[in-house]
Design a protein around this ligand. Sequence first.
Ligand code: SF4
Length: 388
Amino acid sequence: MSQPLSIYIHVPFCLTKCTYCAFNTYTKLEHLVEPFVGALIREIEVVGLSKPGQTVHTIFFGGGTPSLLKPDQVERILAALTHHFDITPDAEITLEANPNDLNRPYLADLRRVGINRLSIGVQSTHENELKLFARRHDNDQVAGAVSAARLAGFDNLNLDLIYGAPHQTLSSWEWTLRHVLSLKPDHLSLYALGLEEGTPMQDWVAKGRLSAPDDDLTADMYELATDLLATEGFEQYEISNWTMPGHACRHNLQYWRNEPYIGLGPGAHGYAGGYRYWTILSPQKYIQLMQEADLHGYEYPRTPATDEAVLVDRPNEISETLIMGLRLLENGIEWRSFQERFGEDLRDIHGPVIDRFVGYHLLETDANGVRLTRQGRLLSNVIFRELV
Ligand code: SF4
């Protein structure tokens, strides 16, 4: 059997744009959601027809705001995937959601059509931070969404948070963490705020209207989270991700292990058939291309919406495997897995670099492999730069 695949579906619509967000997502295009679903189903058919019957073990609806999809639209997308792929019975099927889109009837319908994991964009529990981010939910809606999700039968629940924001303090961050812990999530993703080109937040900082995030304070927030979540029973299995036992995100593990995934929808990225590829950004163009396309005759994993596809050669595959694999804190890169995949001992390729960072206490090695130390997690980019 070939390696099981993951499928990422990009839903490029949001009702409002957050001030820090540089994702490929658009407001005021809600009228295009239904044509998008039709186009997406055609894209699924193109990939499915070009290489039918492949095993898929995770599906991820990301965005944008996938919780703008109606349950029947999610159901039709999953039906198309089931028709063309061999979806494993225990497949992890995640939908990213905005807290104020979630109520019990909607969540019960999502559960009924097959969504079994929710990832809720909480970001902060402070109203002033939510306002700075221009999020469209308030703190009360988070607790309501989590409780509705539990009542609807979701037993695999992630909450996303942002730290390192302007004006955020160590104590406000601790309060946010303690508040979300009281909601008993199964998984937490904590992201340091990045000032992305072209976002309002980046513009405000550039013009001096907002203070820039403080790197030292951001590192202290990360350390605080690492200590606090460990005392609450969470395992930190990736640089930015913490899980209660048995709830690690299988979809994201596919990325970190540098294993194949198909990306569908405008602006999605994929890695399959030896190619890294991405689709065109514009939802309008995507819909038009897929509506006009012949479904047959495309070479997997390309579709009429593919913008570019780049063959990943061996040196690049090795670099990508190391950089993504080192994000995994417990296993890191295992000597044996690397040898099986590339037919070479990692120490023969990167022994001096590994030894140097072991000397700086940023990497550690043992009989199983190499991984980041706690100090190395904060300086991982320095190590990654040496591995490309
Ligand atoms: S909801 Fe998410 S995708 Fe949409 S603008 Fe906000 S951060 Fe970006």
